[in-house]
Design a protein around this ligand. Structure first.
Ligand code: C5P
Length: 228
């Protein structure tokens, strides 16, 4: 099935932090040979740029100007490693992945004009042969006409455990209890905000990944695009 708007199919994968969206979206995009939009990285990049510029995060106008003017580019080094995120010509890949930056992203993401500033940038990722769009509102706001919509979820405890493993592997010093608290606070902020709250799109396939192996989740998502 193709989208009527542009003819380029879109698969949206929304869900809370730690639900496995990043890993699943990357694997599915690679298998399909489609482009990938990591929309969370855009919000993280704006939060990072605003913090670096010393902008007061409660100053909506200043943060919005920052969202409008910050240059964000994704660079694949084709070495199988993480996609690099370049913010105003600085490689900020590592800085934007911290929990602090995730929390900052979730604060500035609640500002409607910041979301509006990133809207067209996100839409511009829709290119042939297809796009996998990972985020919170991909299916509900940005690509409402997507042909395929998924909502990934998992218990907060399991998501905290996954983040713990990831951050430890990167050598960061974190505790499971503090991660769980941060995840719950971020869920609450993302799900209760007025603009584009985190929720499944109408008709989305909801996949609870708590006790499901990554390969199985990938297979279920791929089956939505190519029914077996
Ligand atoms: O997905 P990730 O954890 O990188 O996203 C960081 C934050 O950016 C989220 O907690 C959320 O507040 C915000 N975000 C959003 N809409 C998106 C993607 C991310 O509001 N489409």
């Amino acid at each position: 099935m193709q989208n009527t708007a542009t003819g380029v199919p879109v698969l949206t994968i929304d869900g809370p932090s730690g639900s496995g969206k990043g890993t699943i979206s990357r694997a599915v995009a690679d298998t399909l040979g489609w482009h990938l939009l990591d929309s969370g990285a855009l919000y993280r990049a704006v939060g990072y740029a605003a913090s670096m510029a010393g902008i007061d995060l409660s100053d909506a106008a200043a943060v919005t100007r920052c969202a409008e003017t910050t240059k964000i580019t994704f660079r694949d080094l084709n070495d199988g490693g993480e996609t690099r995120v370049i913010v105003n010509s600085h490689d900020a890949t590592d800085e934007i992945r911290t929990e602090t930056c995730g929390a900052t992203a979730s604060v500035i993401a609640a500002i409607a004009t910041v979301r509006a500033a990133l809207f067209e940038k996100q839409r511009s990722f829709r290119k042939a042969p297809g796009l996998v769009a990972d985020g919170r509102d991909m299916g509900t706001v940005v690509f409402t006409d997507a042909a395929y919509k998924i909502f990934l979820t998992a218990s907060a405890e399991e998501r905290a455990r996954r983040r713990y493993k990831q951050l430890k592997a990167k050598g960061l010093s974190v505790t499971l209890a503090s991660l769980l608290r941060e995840i719950q606070a971020r869920d609450e902020r993302d799900a209760t905000r007025k603009v584009a709250p985190l929720k499944p799109a109408a008709g989305a396939l909801i996949v609870d990944t708590t006790a499901v192996a990554v390969e199985e989740v990938i297979a279920r998502v791929l089956a939505v695009v190519h029914p077996v």
